[in-house]
Design a protein around this ligand. Structure first.
Ligand code: XIL
Length: 340
């Protein structure tokens, strides 16, 4: 029989997966079976984002998020709420709000309504997502522009008031890189200096094959935990890029030249092995710091469900996870299991 991730790492950290709407509604039995076997935590990939849960002024759509709660309860899964405040996937009505007062009303009402509804039902919240630029300065999002930089602290304060027993996380990508990490630490210190609680920091972990920044990750685990925070790897995937692919503008280049995505019918063996050894090295590092790491969540159940098939260009074929399109474990899965 196939080994199980959640059992393998049961004394180390939680093992999660992001679920899409289809999977939450249990319309994908292969995914449900794999989730039950392999994972003990789930994050909603989209259904708790403002665009979906709060589509209109004074109108909430809790149907799918409620279903996730029910699914989690039934299957004994920790639920990690994602996310209350994020500049992306905002509802159109909120993007159109002009006055500071009405924007603040949206901000306050959104956090209070969503956090209090799921009080004692979600284990953690990504209270604020992606507030930082790569150089560590604050992103000029609508939240920053309209409410000023204290909006982050305010979001934590409001969530704490609405859901006092929930773990409160700040979440971002590339916040393992030195410049962004320094900005992240400064942000965390501001929240604490205001006397507001923050429990953890989420490193999303969208990395690339052959380029997983192990040294930055280890340094980040040490620096963030030195602040007294818990660490979670919240959106782990390792995307497969063509050999010799350099540069950050993956999307633009693939649009211009679709042949840059050569692995449409499967991974060559050497790339498959590289992916496996990247995952192996990563989990060796996680195990080394298991006392500091609360959770490792994959951004998707299997390759077929990964957002990276559609981002940054639609119709890519990607292979970033531990289970393939037929829901079978990949070589990377067995390497990960063997680290324990
Ligand atoms: C992605 C989802 O996976 C997609 O389905 C959606 O279309 C866009 O958002 N960082 C985050 C996640 O914090 O919420 C994003 O999820 C991926 C990047």
């Amino acid at each position: 029989t196939t080994p199980s991730l959640k059992r393998t790492f049961q004394n180390d950290f939680m093992i999660g997966a992001a679920l899409n709407t289809q999977q939450i509604m249990e319309r994908d039995t292969n995914a449900s079976r794999l989730v039950a076997q392999q994972f003990n935590a789930v994050t909603p990939e989209n259904v708790m984002k403002a665009m979906i849960i709060h589509p209109q002024w004074n109108t909430y759509n809790f149907e799918w998020a409620d279903k996730l709660i029910e699914y989690g309860k039934k299957n004994n899964l920790q639920i990690n709420g994602h996310t209350l405040i994020w500049h992306s996937q905002m509802p159109a009505f909120a993007r159109r709000l002009q006055s500071t007062d009405s924007f603040r009303l949206f901000f306050t009402d959104h956090i209070t309504t969503v956090a209090s509804r799921y009080r004692d039902k979600v284990y953690s919240w990504d209270v604020v997502n992606e507030a930082l630029n790569e150089d560590g300065t604050m992103r000029r999002s609508p939240f920053f522009t309209k409410l000023g930089e204290d909006y982050v602290t305010e979001a934590f304060r409001l969530t704490q008031a609405a859901a006092p027993n929930t773990q409160l996380y700040y979440n971002d990508y590339n916040n393992e890189r030195p410049a962004k990490r320094a900005g992240c630490i400064a942000l965390i210190n501001k929240i604490k200096a205001a006397g507001v609680r923050i429990d953890g920091v989420g490193i999303q972990g969208h990395w690339q094959v052959g380029k997983v920044p192990l040294k930055d990750i280890e340094e980040s685990i040490l620096q963030y935990s030195a602040l007294g925070l818990k660490l979670a790897f919240t959106e782990l995937d390792i995307e497969v890029l063509p050999r010799n692919f350099q540069g950050a503008d993956v999307g633009q280049r693939m649009k211009a030249d679709p042949s840059l995505n050569p692995y449409t019918s499967g991974l060559p063996d050497d790339v498959q092995q590289q992916l496996a050894s990247d995952y192996e090295a990563l989990f060796q590092l996680f195990l080394k710091h298991r006392d500091k790491i609360e959770r490792v969540t994959f951004w998707g159940v299997n390759d077929g469900a990964s957002w990276l098939n559609d981002w940054p260009v639609r119709g890519r074929t990607n292979y970033p996870l531990l289970f393939d399109r037929a829901f079978n474990p990949k070589p990377a899965f067995y390497k990960v299991i063997a680290t324990r």
